[in-house]
Design a protein around this ligand. Structure first.
Ligand SMILES: [Fe+2]
Ligand SMILES: [Fe+2]
Length: 323
């Protein structure tokens, strides 16, 4: 943990890749003056990133941690998102570090999407992070494993969405190296699969214990609500995932009670990823199950929910990602 500096947050110098970009926030270092930590301005906003590189190179790690003002958080977030493509392509940055940054950015973006799902800007950011995530996963064999390890066991809609995308991508790639899959559109659908829940009353979403029939009926609206919300903004594959991730192979799902191959491969995979992630995290109405237990629950208590072949592939995928 970096030393604290009240009112400021520590940032990682690894984010400052590339050149010919302006830094849009002030960067500080920390110094003890009369026993008190004080911020010292290192680089003023509007400075080119190459100047920062020169300073960092000249001081070779002697500056200690870099900080920004807490209120510059948004500008920093944007800067980080803009750096992602470079970061992912940079061979000197370890996969674990890339995973951490990709996951963090995705979570932050999803949080904003759930606050304002109608914002075109939030949607543009979601598309960008999804593409970055797909590129990262395709370029690095170990990326899925490291991304999955970052998922917390506490249930937040936005981390759930990121996890469903990672599990979904893992399974699609496992099935046929993703060849017959439009991975980008599929991942976009996964990451936004529960966006309709922004219209579900919060007291229902957070209710501990069992939902009554009316409350459950309300929750069950979210695939259609998500579809309606996004129908003019997303490609058909993404919309299909949003609309049909709660369909079941046996025909007892919702909203359309589709059966067997009436459900697309994309939606079948999203359904497996969705349930698995929900079971392995703590939710208001249930404790997280260990992976093996979750698989057992899906196999024995959810008979007919999933296409058998894909479910077996998923077990294989989990086996491979845990070794
Ligand atoms: Fe859902
Ligand atoms: Fe979900």
């Amino acid at each position: 943990m970096p030393p604290p500096l009240p009112g400021y947050m520590a940032i990682d110098e690894q984010y400052f890749l590339g050149d010919n970009r302006l830094i849009r926030f002030d960067i500080f270092i920390r110094q003890e003056i009369n026993g008190q930590p004080r911020p010292i301005l290192l680089i003023a906003k509007g400075t080119d990133i190459s100047s920062l590189h020169s300073i960092l190179d000249a001081k070779k790690g002697k500056l200690g941690t870099l900080y920004i003002k807490k209120e510059a958080d948004r500008d920093f977030q944007q800067f980080m998102e803009d750096s992602l493509t470079l970061l992912i392509a940079d061979k000197t940055v370890p996969v674990a570090k890339k995973s951490q940054i990709v996951y963090e950015c995705a979570k932050n973006i999803l949080q904003d999407v759930f606050e304002d799902p109608r914002s075109g800007e939030n949607l543009r950011r979601t598309e960008a992070i999804t593409n970055n995530m797909v590129d990262f996963i395709l370029a690095n064999d170990r990326s899925i494993l490291t991304l999955l390890n970052l998922g917390t066991h506490d249930y937040y809609t936005f981390s759930h969405c990121v996890n469903v995308a990672v599990f979904g991508l893992g399974l699609s790639i496992m099935i046929d190296r993703g060849r017959n899959f439009d991975l980008r559109d599929f991942a976009l659908g996964c990451i936004l699969h529960d966006v309709g829940k922004t219209l579900t009353p919060e007291q229902i979403l957070k209710k501990p214990g069992r939902l009554d029939d009316n409350e459950f009926a309300e929750i069950k609206k979210h695939p259609l609500q998500g579809f309606e919300l996004m129908k003019d903004s997303l490609p058909p594959i993404a919309l299909d995932v949003i609309l049909h991730h709660h369909e079941r192979y046996c025909g007892r799902g919702y909203p359309h009670a589709l059966r067997g191959d009436e459900i697309s491969n994309h939606a079948k995979i999203a359904a497996i990823a969705d349930v698995y992630d929900a079971l392995t995290t703590n939710r208001p109405y249930g404790q997280a199950r260990p992976p093996f237990q979750a698989i057992l629950t899906m196999k024995e208590e959810m008979v007919g929910h999933f296409e058998q072949e894909k479910f077996l592939e998923f077990i294989r995928f989990l086996g491979g990602s845990s070794t």
